[in-house]
Design a binder for this molecule. Structure first.
Ligand code: CP
Length: 300
């Protein structure tokens, strides 16, 4: 059975902590001292949905550890001639890819494909379900800031129902002792709230939380939902007035890309409390850890 990285829900807490520890190890190396543990490996980036951060940071992570990278070009591929996703991945496998980093709109694509492929699969975002490398980099960002995870309280704000980023965090937080408050209008809340998550008004929890995790409004998944962006910003956005009520030690997170002025005020994106660009930096170290884990570290 191949080792895939498809969902944080499937990983034990010791494995998650070991992946984070290894990401911290990579973070503390200078670039020239990074171990080239993936030399002679070929990673294929196979993105069926747009991406800037995830695709490029997987490429950066692979190259920094000595691997080569193939970026599958969907628009010029034989998918346009009707080739299936499975046949496309089998082709990349046959040609010699050692790992397949896949983003796809189907929530359950990894459950379908995982058992059929010998080459390790990495989930780079699956529909509205999970985005586990983002979940791991969000945990890394919290650890880097607070030196711990247990006992932290985070508010997840905005379009939670359509967010795979929230999906990964909500599932893993309980097992790591993180309290989660969900702050959203009913139409943006999950249909079922995970056990550790409670619905709260942002104004109520702001003075208590260690981090506010804003989410991108996933307009492409709204399927006819009528959005009033100005009203959303007023009622549910992280504004400067709301941010001023956060603890001095609290941080602002967002997976990006950011709709400035909708889920978060423009001026907060690069405010002193914001870790949004640091999250992108952290993503490279976390993705090094993931690639090494699926290709090299059998013991975890
Ligand atoms: N956060 C995130 O997944 O960004 P991209 O869509 O640019 O990869």
């Amino acid at each position: 059975m191949s080792k895939h990285f498809t969902a944080l829900a499937d990983l034990s807490v010791p494995t998650i902590m070991a992946l984070l520890d290894r990401a911290h190890f990579f973070f503390h190396q200078t670039t020239s001292h990074l171990p080239r543990v993936l030399e002679h490996k070929v990673i294929a980036n196979v993105f069926f949905e747009p991406s800037t951060r995830t695709r490029i940071s997987f490429e950066m992570a692979a190259k920094r550890l000595g691997a080569e990278v193939i970026n599958f070009d969907l628009s010029n591929s034989s998918v346009k001639k009707g080739e299936s996703l499975y046949d496309t991945l089998r082709t990349l496998e046959a040609i010699g890819s050692d790992a397949l980093v896949l983003r796809h709109a189907d929530d359950r694509i990894f459950e379908t494909l995982g058992p059929k492929l010998k080459t390790p699969l990495v989930n780079a975002g699956a529909g509205k379900h999970e985005h586990p490398s983002q979940g791991l980099l969000d945990l890394f960002t919290l650890q880097r800031e607070f030196k711990r995870l247990e006992g932290l309280h985070i508010a997840i704000l905005g379009d939670i129902r359509h967010s795979r980023v929230a999906g990964s965090m909500m599932l893993v937080a309980q097992r790591l002792g993180i309290k989660v408050s969900l702050c959203a209008a009913d139409e943006f809340l999950p249909v079922q709230l995970p056990g550790n998550c409670s619905k709260q008004t942002l104004d109520h929890v702001l003075p208590d939380v260690d981090a506010v995790m804003c989410l991108r409004n996933q307009f492409e998944r709204h399927e006819g939902l009528d959005m009033d962006n100005a009203a959303f910003h007023r009622d549910w956005g992280l504004t400067s007035a709301r941010a001023a009520r956060m603890k001095p030690s609290a941080i602002i997170m967002h997976p990006a890309p950011v709709n400035r002025g909708i889920e978060i005020s423009d001026e907060l994106v690069e405010a002193p409390a914001s870790r949004i660009f640091q999250q992108m930096e952290n993503g490279v170290f976390v993705r090094m850890s993931i690639l090494e884990w699926i290709l090299k570290r059998d013991s975890l």
